[in-house]
Design a protein around this ligand. Sequence first.
Ligand code: FEO
Length: 401
Amino acid sequence: MENVFKAVRITDRVWWVGAIDWNIRDFHGYTTKRGSTYNAYLVLADKIALIDTVKAPFREEMMSRIASVVDPKDVEIIVSHHAEMDHSGSLFETAAAIRPKVIYASEMGKKTLNEIHHGAGNVVAVKDGEKVGLGNCELAFYETRMLHWPDSMISWLGEEKLLFSQDAFGMHLASSGRFDDEIDPAVLDYESATYFANILLPYAPLIGKTLDRVGSMGWDLKFIAPDHGPVWRTGLGRILGNYRRWGVQEKTRKAVIVYATMWHSTERMARAIGEGLASAGATVRFLSMAENHRSEAAYEILDAGALIAGSPTLNNNIFPTMADVLTYLKGLRPKNLIGAAFGSYGWSGESVRQIEDLLKEMKVEIVSGGVKAKHVPDAPALRACYDLGRQVGERLAAAFP
Ligand code: FEO
C-alpha cells in the first residue's frame, strides 16, 4: 500500500517528520481542545540526523514520514532535546529499528532518559555550546535548563538559519498546515499563550535570560522549529515579543473571577463583584469552574492583574473544583497579582478564609477582607461584593492607567 504519511519540506535540508494527534484532549492536566502535534525533523546532511522523536503510539506515522524521503537506516544521528515521554516515548524503539551511530542528549537528558527508560540505549551527552558536525552542516547545542525540564536543550542549524527550540515557542495545536502563516493568527496567539501559561509559567523568570542569550548569538533567525505546533517562518518577531512579555508576566487592567457555586449564591456574589470591577474600568473574565477547565484559568491569569476567587463552604472546606484550580494555579507560580476571596455558606463558612490562605501562599496581595454571605446573598451582601469589585478595579485602574 502506498505510504500516505509524507515528510513536509521546511528547507531543502530540513523536513518535518512528526505526527499529528488530532484527538488528544488532556495533556497531563492541561486541556488541549485543538489536539497537538509531536514534531520530529530530519536534517538531510551528509550525516542524516533525526531531531527528536514522537509519543510512542505515533512511531509508525513518524517512520512512514521518514521513509518518504530517506531510507530510515541511513539516519546516523538521533538528537533528543528533551526526555519527556511525548518526545522520547518512541526514541529507543526507533533507535532499535534504524540503528543510528549515536544518540545525543544533554548531560541531564542522558540521565533522565535512563531514569525513564531504565538503561535503554547508549546515549552520548553533549555539553552546553558543543557543536556536532554533520558533514556539510553543523548542529550547535545549548542547554535551556528548567525550560521546562532540567534536561531541556535547543540546537541551532546555522546553515539553514533554523533553531530547533524543543517545547519552547510551541503550542498544542493539531493542524494540516505545518507553518505559522498557514494558521489563523488569533489561534496562534491564543494557543501559544495557553501553552506558555500552562507549561512554562513556573519558569518565566528564565525566559528573559534565554532570549538574551539567543539574541547575543547574532543568529539571523529564519525558522523556529518547536516540538509542538507549527514551524515559525513569518511570525518570529511576534512570538519572540510575546515570550518577552509573558516572561516578565506583564499585567493589564484585567481581573479574573474564578468561582464555584452550589445553589447560585456564590455565583450571584461573583456577578456583583464583576459589576463593581467593570464600574472602575477593569476588564472582567468570569470563570465558573463547573463550565471551565483549570487550563483556561491559567490562560486568563497570564496577563491579568487581579485574581478574585469564590467558593461556597462544603463540609467545612472549599468546593473541590476550587481546590483543584487554586492548587493548579499555585503550582504555575503566577506573579504580580492582587486579589480577594468571597463565598456563601450555610453553617460554618470556612471557605473564604481558606481561599485567602491559598491566595497568600500564591503571593497574591489581598486587597480587602473577603466577603461572606449566609445562604443567599441579600442586598447588603451584594453591595459588599460590588464594593469589593470596585476596590480591586480602582487598584487596577491606578496601576494600569
Ligand atoms: Fe512536549 Fe515537555 O514535552
